[in-house]
Design a binder for this molecule. Sequence first.
Ligand code: GUN
Ligand code: ZN
Length: 428
Amino acid sequence: MYAFRAALLSFADDGTARYEEDGLLVVGPDASGAQVIRAAGAHAALAANYPGVHTTELPGRILAPGFIDLHVHFPQTDVIGSPADGLLPWLENYTFPHESRFADRDHADGMAQVFLDELLRNGVTTALTFCTSHLHSVDALMEASEARGLRMIAGKVLQDRHSPDGVRDETEQSLRDTEELIRRWHGRGRLGYAITPRFAPSCSEAQLRGAGELAARHRDVWIQSHVAENKDEVRWARELFPASRSYLSIYQDFGLMRDRAIYAHCIHFDDEDRALMRDTGAAAAVSPTSNLFLGSGFFDYEGAMRVGFRHGLASDVGGGTSFCPFHTMLAAYFVAREGQTKPGLSLSPQNLWWQHTAGAAEALGLDGVVGNLRPGCEADFVVLDPRATPLLARKTQHARNLDELLFSLIVLGDDRVVQRVYVDGVAV
Ligand code: GUN
Ligand code: ZN
């Protein structure tokens, strides 16, 4: 066992933040040997219970849960900042050509390392990740994640139509590959598999049906896709699946909505869609930097809260412009202020931070496992320096309460704030 003495940031069940100015975080193995949080709380209350445990003093630092990215594309790391007239031209002109290069296993291996370096530099310790349609793109990411001890959830993209040569897959083979990858990777150490239909327009009915059958056979495997991101895309999906009530309903009609199903964007929804999310236990991966960059629209936070479905934050790199959780939280704040609902909402910094940690864990069905600093949670955490830049030092020094402190970090923070990252109890 070992411990840290620093300020501690964690989250209560209702999503509000808890802050212990002079805290103690004790890390050690649980009964299975996994490195977990053994205790977290006030130093004065806990220290006497852990005599002789080596304690590192981190004055002026904040220990916080590792961030969770609910939706990101590892093969799109180099696609960041590619401008286009909206989603569909962006896919055709930049994304598909980049993803086709992952037919080369060496390229996939190299990009997996670059991607994981970027996640960790930014304090992201868990991600739900798209690979490409090439089976070995999953092997590349999973092997690299396993070597670093990361809790990573990923899947082979399914796209058997309306996709160019080089990324299009074949229906029956794609489903066999998915099942083989589930067997190979799901539940191996900290790794999990996600069944990954790219989006309804790129999948035949047979492929969606097969994906739904796999989801029914493997209940604890995740599902990830895109929905209702862009108006042209919505129109196209409706034309291709006229029997479904809405774009989102297509996924329901093929058995792809349930707990552990995470849908990116969820912008162009009506209240029936929102109720379907709530009633099935599916969750939205809100991707504000991507939505602003591609001009897709604004996630309706008011609607999500009123109807009450799970949601959390995501970078959506490479549509998204940054791996940095601070940038994503700030963009979410802008989206809620300026978005669909007038007058705008001012999301609290505690809520924004929760959406990228404990709230994201809840969306994944991993609450109590990652995303928080509570006894029993896996030991994935970050050491933050609230004085990482001159302006942050000035600003955080004058913070009068937790909201002011967190907001300073969200507005002014970047990867310089993330001083150290611990994965499975080890500094990486
Ligand atoms: N819809 C289908 N594929 C993609 C993708 O790669 N990125 C985004 N943002 N939307 C998509
Ligand atoms: Zn995406």
